[in-house]
Design a protein around this ligand. Structure first.
Ligand SMILES: Nc1ncnc2c1ncn2[C@@H]1O[C@H](COP(=O)(O)OP(=O)(O)OP(=O)(O)O)[C@@H](O)[C@H]1O
Ligand SMILES: [Mg+2]
Length: 359
């Protein structure tokens, strides 16, 4: 069974690192959004910033703006500045830029004069050791005393309150912007992970391409995303209401603005290659799943992540795999909340503690 976080830590190391640590944060460093959860009594203070930085074109290590301010610059920057995302498909692309983002996340989650001792960062479950090290490094450089990285899927399961310590198994389907994590958990540890490097961003790109192909009109990626959020769905056997919305694009024939109407069926067509990838990933997970865990997975599969909100998801997964899925009512913050729970009590992750919790 694969565990998670830093597997080589021992109790003493945690105790040493724990000394003097009063504040902690859980951070979901997402491709599109960075979510920060700060434990506050038995609740959380939640903050969200866009995962965007603006840098100098001739020196991308010079970060000029972060978050909201940088997002406004996307596609609209003067020639010497570019706005970009430090993560691509859930993976850190630039350490310096990701660090700037994390620093902003830590500032956002702290009050003036407050220091943060421990942060827990959720990263894709199939991250390599190098990627894990990169996340730890940016956390330390951003000023945290103690950094722990855990799989986003596990973090989501903890945040969603799934019975992760049970031996029966649970499954999390986290469909984000850049990637989809499929994670099976049992006895508090990860028993299987499959990461599909497709998510909501790919649906947006497909909408842009399909509009161009069908209407000969160019639309902006943000308009594609808004249309998807307004009327989008996945194809499934259920009859889901077909809604429509209008987008203004640029006609490739005349270069003039042109209004087009697109409906839920159109977006489902654009989303079809992505849902196929996700279903293929789920089939791989089911193929590997031991029969001991099938009942747990059948009873406790939860979908999280912004893209899990697309209508028709649970119906499509049930059509294809006969697995009932609950869509989290809190899909975009569960990873950060789970990370915050671990940040407040990292020993909850130690195998012996989890086994004790079962007795
Ligand atoms: N209501 C909605 N319906 C459909 N899609 C949505 C909705 N709200 C947000 N999204 C999509 O969810 C995605 C963002 O989700 P999320 O914040 O979970 O991603 P992320 O954590 O930044 O990405 P990743 O986990 O891949 O690194 C975007 O593609 C966005 O368009
Ligand atoms: Mg995510």
């Amino acid at each position: 069974m694969r565990l998670f976080g830093n597997r080589n830590r021992n109790e003493k190391e945690i105790d040493d690192k724990d000394k003097g640590i009063t504040n902690s944060l859980g951070i979901d460093l997402g491709t599109l959004n960075t979510v920060i959860a700060k434990p506050s009594g038995d609740k959380f203070d939640l903050y969200q910033i866009p995962s965007v930085v603006a840098v100098k074109k001739d020196d991308p290590t010079q970060v000029l703006a972060v978050g909201e301010e940088a997002k406004l610059m996307l596609g609209r920057t003067p020639e010497d500045i570019i706005a970009l995302r430090p993560l691509r498909k859930g993976v850190i692309e630039s350490i310096v830029q990701a660090q700037a983002l994390l620093e902003r996340a830590m500032e956002t989650g702290t009050k003036e004069g407050e220091t943060i001792g421990r942060i827990v960062i959720g990263i894709p479950g199939d991250s390599s050791e190098v990627e894990k090290k990169a996340a730890e490094e940016i956390g330390e450089k951003a000023g945290a005393k103690y950094v722990l990285v855990i799989s986003e899927g596990l973090s989501a399961a903890i945040g969603a309150g799934l019975p992760i310590a049970e031996p029966d198994g649970t499954m999390v389907i986290d469909i984000g912007a850049g990637s989809t994590d499929l994670v099976v958990i049992s006895l508090g540890g990860i028993t299987d992970i499959e990461t599909v490097r497709f998510g909501g961003d790919d649906i947006d790109n497909n909408i842009v391409s399909l509009v161009k192909e069908k209407y000969n009109v160019e639309i902006g990626i943000h308009d594609a995303e808004s249309a998807k959020i307004k009327v989008g769905m996945f194809h499934c056997s259920e009859d889901i209401e077909n809604l429509s919305t209008e987008i203004i694009g640029k006609s490739s024939e005349t270069n003039k603005p042109k209004k087009i109407s697109i409906d839920s069926q159109f977006i489902a067509d654009a989303a079809e290659p992505i849902i196929k990838e996700i279903v293929d990933g789920l089939n791989i997970v089911l193929e590997r799943l031991s029969p001991e865990l099938i009942t747990g997975v059948y009873n406790n599969t939860v979908a999280v992540g912004g893209s899990s909100q697309l209508r028709g998801l649970k119906e499509r997964i049930c059509d294809e795999l006969s697995v009932p899925v609950t869509i989290s009512d809190d899909p975009m913050t569960v990873v950060a909340k789970g990370a915050a729970i671990v940040a407040a009590e990292p020993r909850a992750l130690e195998p012996e503690v989890r086994l004790k919790a079962m007795k």
